[in-house]
Design a protein around this ligand. Sequence first.
Ligand code: NIG
Length: 387
Amino acid sequence: MSTVITGIGELTTNDDELGRLHDAAVVFDEGRVVWVGAAVDAPDADERVDAAGRAVLPGWVDSHTHMVFAGDRTAEFEARMAGEAYAAGGINVTVEATRAASDEQLRANLDRLADEALRGGTTAFETKTGYGLTVDDEVRSARVARSRAESVTFLGAHLVPAGMDADEYLVLATGPMLDAVVPLVDAIDVFCERGAFDEEQSRQVLRAGQTKGLGLRVHGNQLGPGPGVRLAVEHGALSVDHVAFLETEEIGMLADSWSGGARGTVATVLPACDLSTRMPLAPARDLVDAGAVVAIASNANPGTSYTTSMAFCVATAVLQMRLTVEEAVRAATLGGAIALGRDDLGRISVGARADLQMLDAPSVTHLAYRPGVPLTAAVWRRGERVV
Ligand code: NIG
């Protein structure tokens, strides 16, 4: 069944030729966008929806989450708000709870979070393993993730599990564990940070992923300066995520990675995580000014960022990271799609997947102008109305 949404007050297409349209219409059929233009010219369709002047934009593409887990870390959060610093070791608390949970419990928790994200306009998300850290627990995490996520990343190199030596664990994580998860995942990731994996160990993980043909991601420069960005760019990673502590040279490297039409490395900023860990905000303004490709993601996880709200991340990116609303919306839609290596998501133009959200507002500016207000009026995924 085809659908036409007409009467769109402001349509964000993320298409360089179409730009931002007013008094617009979109037609989709069989899950794909088939027509975009002025409302007066819109062709007819089986179903007609009147946006009555409201704004329509692509669904959020959340390119960094850790939503396969059990338990929560309220006590750790309270301690942090009372002045304690975040440390990578907290991950072990979630690893214990995740190992103790059944597949059904993990699946139910993922469904709860994915449904919550969808109600907030997220039509595609990536999620990672990384709270299992045994062969069996990483495989079942990947399987649970696959049941719901658009893209699944293997993060066996999240932390050295309690009771194991780092070198011994890496032999497992880059050997039998990787072999077992490869059929279920799209990319490999490493937490390159003090308290997790150092430069040489991170290189080992990325090389192992490369030999399996996986996309590469790096958690880098989250808790302090480090080699994460350099390693990511050197290895042609799809994205390097967190990037809170960047030198000017590293910002230049990320921008240069796209020069000459090359597929570069996306800098993924995680505003909710920066706030929840009381870390400096990633320098998103400097990254955009330098010409880097930026994505905004929620980093939904129980330790450092227990939110699925991309609208909150966009508002924070505008109000505190000083992006314009247009830049922030683009980063949370098209930027996420590029980080996932997908050209059918994050835009509203002919051929794209019909993943759209309508706001209960006349323009995307309201996302930052009215922070914290749930503005999602309707959501379509693959052309089907889901909210
Ligand atoms: O992206 N940085 C590493 N991983 C998560 C945190 C996970 C946790 O603390 O449970 C992150 O922030």
